[in-house]
Ligand binder design. Structure first.
Ligand SMILES: [Zn+2]
Length: 253
């Protein structure tokens, strides 16, 4: 069905790219419409009615006029700001990581509801979070996004022989896509990364619970850093392959 000439949706501002002297191309994620690209004419002029409304991570009600090559943004109303994210560089870095992943794993059109809802939860929690919680929220987002996308790492059984893993430290192999049991480690191609039994427990805990519980649950910094390291290795290997993009995690244009 063709889009009407003018349409409105609620969406997150995920990314922008400056164009010319005062314009911007903006990438949104809408729950109903999926990824939407819009052209914000004159947005960088202080006199524009769009100015200040289309900042990164804001949730906005935005109207578009259908254009020949790209739809033009005509009206914007802020639903929820995310200004506090900018107060800390490490929280900002987590938020940029989160939106970049959302861009890489969402698509135009319907079918992006789960990614949108996860983004909504995580950005809300991150806006006003302290730096210690940011890493936990990033791990929650990344692991859930991997499950939504069917790309989650295997950490309940050996990814090679499918034996149940004993409660001990193990190794993770990005190429294989998960944990390898001691009997299978010799057959591996690619590097092995140590994963402690406590990090494995944290992965299982994050998978089994909600974002609020993850925020409240005390996870020692070395453990959550270890979990994030494994998730990043997994994402870099599997999502990079999926999107065939060398620009993954590059947060600026
Ligand atoms: Zn095995």
């Amino acid at each position: 069905m063709a889009k009407p000439r003018v349409y409105t949706t609620t969406a997150f501002v995920l990314k922008y790219r400056n164009y010319g002297e005062s314009d911007r191309f903006i990438t949104f994620l809408s729950r109903e419409l999926g990824q939407v690209q819009g052209f914000a004419k004159g947005v960088r002029r202080s006199t524009s009615k769009l100015t200040g409304h289309l900042e990164l991570f804001h949730n906005v009600r935005v109207s578009f006029a259908v254009g020949k090559n790209i739809d033009v943004i005509t009206e914007v109303e802020i639903v929820k700001t995310a200004d506090k994210i900018n107060d800390s560089l490490s929280i900002l870095s987590c938020a940029l990581n989160i939106t970049e992943l959302a861009i890489n794993l969402s698509a135009e059109g319907p079918g992006n509801e789960a990614i949108y809802d996860l983004l909504y939860q995580t950005l809300n929690a991150l806006n006003g979070s302290d730096e210690d919680n940011a890493e936990k929220l990033l791990a929650y987002y990344q692991l859930n996004l991997l499950f939504i996308s069917g790309l989650a790492p295997e950490y309940k059984e050996c990814v090679e022989c499918r034996c149940k893993l004993s409660k001990q430290d193990h190794v993770y192999n990005a190429t294989a896509g998960g944990i390898i049991c001691p009997n299978c480690t010799n057959k591996q191609i690619g590097s092995l990364t140590n994963l402690s039994v406590n990090s494995i427990k944290v992965l299982r805990y994050i998978e089994s619970t909600d974002i609020k519980s993850v925020e409240l649950f005390p996870i020692p910094k070395p453990i959550i850093s270890d979990v994030n390291k494994i998730l990043n290795l997994h994402i870099n290997h599997h999502i990079d392959r999926k999107i065939r993009s060398s620009t993954f995690f590059k947060v600026t244009d």
